[in-house]
Design a protein around this ligand. Sequence first.
Ligand SMILES: *[C@@H]1O[C@H](CO)[C@@H](O)[C@H](O)[C@H]1NC(C)=O
Length: 148
Amino acid sequence: MTPSTKLGISAVLVVILVLLRGDSSAVARDLASNSFGGLWERTTVILYNHLGAAVTHHCRSKDNDLGIHVLQQGQSWNFSFSPDVFFKTLFYSSFQWDGQVRYFNVYQGSRDFGFKVVSWRLKPTGPCYILGQDENCFHWKSAPGIST
Ligand SMILES: *[C@@H]1O[C@H](CO)[C@@H](O)[C@H](O)[C@H]1NC(C)=O
């Protein structure tokens, strides 16, 4: 190898290293700047009670029972977990208020995967997904189950 060939190879390696470093920091920046997180980040589900009455809720997944809690009107409750890589995480909840029981999946990987924070405003007609100033409202389910 001539000295100039060695120099050329070194220069190419330096360029490749700079590109790799640049790439990885760009990815880190993208992950930090939007609401989508990496698989390793925990997701938080927040429930806000707008039902006009205290609600007794019970949320569970295949592996976790988050317990029975009473949430007063106007108050919030939250839990955090690490989502399943295969979009399969499901937290299903029951809500009991004013003598009625309703059901809803507060986290469903196929619908919510990628969001670090999933916030719900619980209303008499159903839970509303909070998106900044907007909300996306769903209907309560009258029976527990996986389908939405
Ligand atoms: C979740 O609940 C805890 C305990 O009440 C509270 O300290 C925390 O601020 C809540 N987090 C969010 C994101 O609402």
